[in-house]
Write a new protein. Sequence first.
Length: 293
Amino acid sequence: MLHVDTHTHIISPDTDAYPAAPLGGHRSTWSQERPADIGQLLRQAEAADVERLVVVQASTVYGFDNSYLADQLARHADRISGVCSVDFLSPTALDDLRHWIDERGFTGVRIRAADGTTAVPTPGRGLDDERMAPVWQFLSDRGAPVCIQMHARHAPVLAELLRKYSGLTVVLDHAGRPDLDEGVPLYPEDPAATPLHETGRVFVKLTPPAVLRAQREAGSAAPLVRALIEKFGADHVMWGSNFPASAGTLAELAALVTGQLPVLDDAELAMISGGTAARLYGLAANTAPAAGR
């Protein structure tokens, strides 16, 4: 069984080579209190029996300068894959995407519609700002997975983007902060658009922030996790440790997430453990990027 952690971060101790330039001008607290460089991340992964890592650009440290992560992708291509951050409103956005994806080896990109702990919302009018249209078209044509940091209320806008861009593939970071109220949809639905879970192009990332939020607000994360798996299917669900942004070892954070899983058959467990990520990011031999169900 392939074990893939789909949500980690790295911070370099070399502030001269990789100076901080956080989005919004405010560096995240976690990156100052418990930064981990590539060596620490790999050791943590080995201790947790995690074979592959998807490292997400720490934009609350480096903003849109993906250089540190890109340099590590070149050195550790057998262990890590990268998700870059790009300013979707920049006039050079398409050139930036080509640079980081084609030249520096990133396999995904991330955009923020909303944040959990830092006030760095998507600039402009939001995900559907008309100035972002060329970027969405580029990513749709490429089939490059887009991680979106969002709240449930953004679901109708995302559904419309998925309708307009038929090749767009999306990953909901921290499960997209779904609605936890009993008896309501996890994500608001627009009658004119296909619900997210029915598109076959939306993947859900189970992480400690999602688990802890559900435990805090609903008393338990198990019902939410079960509902997400039932709605989207195990082949569209992944796990991520959020190390080191979430406090704890990578093994402890993995256990926090996997401890909420319902009883699954071997095939379903294999997908959530790493099979879904392997298909999405092309990590395993003889696999292809995921397509709609």
